[in-house]
Design a protein around this ligand. Sequence first.
Ligand SMILES: [Zn+2]
Length: 432
Amino acid sequence: MSRHVFTLLILLVFASSGRSQDKNIFIKAGKLYDSKNSELLENKIIQIQGSKISSIREDEPLPENSQVIDLSEYTVLPGFIDAHTHVLFSQEANEDFAEHSVHSLTMESDGLRVLRGAKRARSYLDVGITSIKDIGNSGLYLDVALRDAINEGTTEGPRIFASGPILAADGGQIYGLLPEHQDIIDLEYRIIKSPEDAKNAVREHVNQNVDLIKICADNIPNKTYLTVDEIKSIVQTAHSYGLKVTTHCVTNQSAWNAIEGGVDGIEHGFNLADSTLVRMAEEQVFLVPTENSRSYMETYAKLAGYQNNEMGWIDGYMNRLQNRLSRAMDKGVQIVAGSDNYTDINVSRGESSKDMFRYYFEAGMKPLDILQSSTYFSAYQLNREDKIGYLTVGAYADIIAVKGDIEDDFLSALQNIVFVMKDGKIYTNKAD
Ligand SMILES: [Zn+2]
């Protein structure tokens, strides 16, 4: 036996014995949310070995000296997923998006931007969000860098599924920039010039190890939009690499174009017509409604400088978007929970993002439907439902627990996150 092979064998022996010595942790769950079937099960025991779930069984006596985390008074759930974040971007309520973007791209170094993003990302763990889809406005792959830093343990944070720069038509979302400064946009967006260029753009992203592709079907208030042929080209190339494509859509027309182009999901969709929603349901295109609760909107409006007698528009905003959400649900469109909160409202980013639960609840979604939107459906739309968003054997041990009745007292229960584990590591344990 050559020394080489011998060394390899020794390494294998150590590696396998290391695995078998991974500590077993048993979580006693009073209630356990089965996100696939969207039902609450009673009295289960989750066994965790290392970073993964190794069994889920009925409550039964455990081997002596087992490490047990007793959550029998609580409801245990898969860690939540926020499907629409921008952790590398933050603006004040009274700031203009385009002006702030230019300021950030020209005066905030990548180093500073990533460190600030890392702090925002960390705050998601505090509120039970253990995975995020970070979809753009993150410079040149700084989202990928932050994801890798978290995965290797350099910094703490949720699992990040990173899109890299958003693929968009000329100008991207940075409106009003003079022709001689358009190159600034290339620091934040990948501008698509043709269907052929669209393929290159996806390949560049694949080469940088993105997890999904984000496009802007329209660039409102910039007037440019991607053509159906460009979107088709993006989607076909992305799908050939196993990547999903989701798209920012403000107008109904751009959503229609995007569906025609074969996208997997639509973000925002503020102006979706019934006919578009029907088509989404038929073609199983998911919707990420990124609105906010009334209390968030009032806070936001005050910070943006509106006086108390100037808040009337909030009613119209709420009514229009709640109407759109209920029409989407009626038509059978799959709803995936996402916050899109990037404005600083003087709370942590994670806390701010949690407002999506309040909004969906106020808009009439049922608690268990909201939970499924922010767990199983979200994971499913990343092809990761066997790994996250669902507590099943082989999945990552991304597990949270809440105090209180999650069905009858939904919002208070979500304010009472007593336990957060990611990858088998405990971040919060306030269970008594
Ligand atoms: Zn967004």
